[in-house]
Write a protein that binds this ligand. Structure first.
Ligand code: APR
Ligand code: MG
Ligand code: MG
Length: 198
């Protein structure tokens, strides 16, 4: 386990901590950009109210609900669809890196991250609901976005996406997941990271 990380059970022992759960929803797809660039996977993120990119989810109160029930509740608010998330989808839990000036043990935030593979059809349903019936639409959530996993001839795609600003550890949660699930090869990811720094 990487430093700063803990198991789901260890994390729940901290009753003074606040807990937040977020999920990366993704699916396979056969669609091709311009009829020639395979999209391969649809990975969902969102444009948050603060202008940062992040994953859907939010604060959960473990004294009132399980982490997964709380996450499913947040998804209903933010996506307009109750995507059931289970303990099997849990990937990691870690302390949120403190922002300068706000670090104190009494305001510790533990972040729980989940990944769930769904069908392309469900992704379309989520996008439709998130842009219409979701309670948080236009409020906490400004819109859902798909992550481009390819690199175009002019160097656009994943590298440009990675150059945007992300909430907390969302960017590394994305990168780790792309590698772990083999959604992008290590070589292509290195290339995209180099491009994002230009
Ligand atoms: N990595 C690190 N921190 C994150 C990530 C992430 N990927 N995603 C969210 N956070 C942080 C946010 O900064 C926030 O402090 O986790 C906390 C909860 O996540 P949100 O999704 O923002 O919570 P949610 O319950 O959906 O939003 C409700 O959050 O920031 C407040 O006042 C704001 O009313 C809003 C409230
Ligand atoms: Mg929310
Ligand atoms: Mg949220």
């Amino acid at each position: 386990m990487a430093s700063g990380q803990m198991s789901r059970d260890e994390a729940l022992e901290c009753t003074r901590c606040r807990h937040a759960c977020h999920v990366m929803l993704y699916s396979e797809t056969a669609s091709q950009l311009f009829g020639r660039i395979p999209i391969r996977y649809i990975v969902l993120m969102q444009m948050r109210f603060d202008g940062l990119l992040g994953f859907p989810g939010g604060f959960v109160n473990p004294s009132e609900e399980t982490l997964e029930a709380g996450l499913t509740r947040e998804l209903l608010e933010e996506l307009g669809v109750a995507v059931p998330v289970s303990t099997e989808d849990h990937v990691e839990s870690c302390f949120s890196p403190p922002r300068s000036g706000t670090c104190s043990s009494s305001s510790r935030l533990i972040l729980h991250f989940y990944v769930k593979k769904i069908e392309e059809e469900q992704i379309r349903e989520i996008e439709k609901a998130a842009a219409s019936t979701a309670a948080d639409h236009g409020l906490e959530v400004l819109g859902m976005v798909r992550v481009p996993l390819y690199t175009t001839k002019s160097g656009g795609g994943l590298s440009c996406f990675l150059s945007h600003s992300f909430i907390g550890v969302a960017r590394s949660q994305l990168l780790n997941s792309l590698l772990r699930l083999h959604l992008v090869s290590p070589g292509d990811l290195r290339e995209a990271l180099r491009g994002s720094q230009r």
